[in-house]
Ligand binder design. Structure first.
Ligand code: TYD
Length: 224
């Protein structure tokens, strides 16, 4: 049985991942190739610890929870989803598009560490999630590059200005700046493809970003 492909779309909160993943799925679904979307966290039974962490039950700031510990909450959720949901499709050859994946730990958890510690964390994360836990390794990772100040604009629209709806990551702009810097390092060192989502201080249009994403996906899969 041939294995499918796994494409990951990641980025900061408010970078438009959900919209872009949906549009990419639509474009891919016209090709006749079996495709499906997955999203993390799953917010199902396996995400109980994630929900406690994000709601502030373990501390009101992201940094209150050790990055290695917090990462494992998300890894467990991914394993449950892989084994219980999409492994069969992946192994049967389906093209899977993931809205966030292990890459989100590289952005949001490594952000809590110094630069040298980030590099050690990336190596640990790669070994833990792909080699030890044996989650599938992505064929490509696309990082939607939108500075947090601009991402905040999109988030404000999503939450209609209600700060209480934000989780412990989203409500801390200084932490999101750290995430952004960490994502730049990860993109460079882990071979992610950066998709510029803004230019001259303005967010690019949804369609412009979509077309760029499709162009890059075409380069790695010959189905579009
Ligand atoms: C999937 C994943 C997410 N995260 C973080 C990124 C986000 O700040 C947060 C919640 O994910 P998010 O996709 O923003 O969920 P929501 O649907 O509630 O907007 O979890 C990690 O730290 N590690 C992970 O592996």
């Amino acid at each position: 049985m041939g294995k499918g492909k796994l494409i990951v779309i990641d980025g900061l909160d408010g970078s438009g991942k959900q919209t872009q993943t949906k549009l990419l799925l639509e474009a891919l679904s016209h090709t006749g190739q079996p495709v499906r979307q997955i999203s993390f966290p799953t917010y199902g039974k396996s995400s109980a610890l994630i929900e406690l962490y994000l709601s502030g039950a373990f501390g009101g700031r992201a940094g209150d929870v050790n990055p290695y510990a917090a990462s494992t909450f998300f890894t467990v959720d991914r394993v449950a989803s892989y084994l219980g949901d999409w492994r069969a499709d992946y192994e049967a050859g389906t093209l899977i598009v993931a809205d966030r994946y292990t890459t989100s730990n590289a952005i949001h958890q490594a952000a809590k560490l110094s630069t040298e510690q980030k590099r050690a964390f990336f190596a640990w994360l790669d070994d833990f999630e792909y080699e030890k836990v044996k989650l599938p390794r992505p064929d490509a990772v696309f990082f939607l590059d939108l500075p947090p100040a601009l991402g905040q604009e999109l988030m404000a629209r999503r939450y209609s200005g209600d700060e209480r709806k934000k989780d412990v990551h989203e409500r801390d702009l200084a932490y999101l700046e750290q995430c952004y810097e960490t994502a730049q390092l990860a993109a460079r060192e882990l071979g992610w493809q950066r998709i510029e989502c803004s230019g001259k201080g303005e967010i690019k249009s949804v369609q412009e970003i979509h077309l760029e994403l499709v162009r890059r996906v075409k380069e790695i899969c010959d189905i579009l």
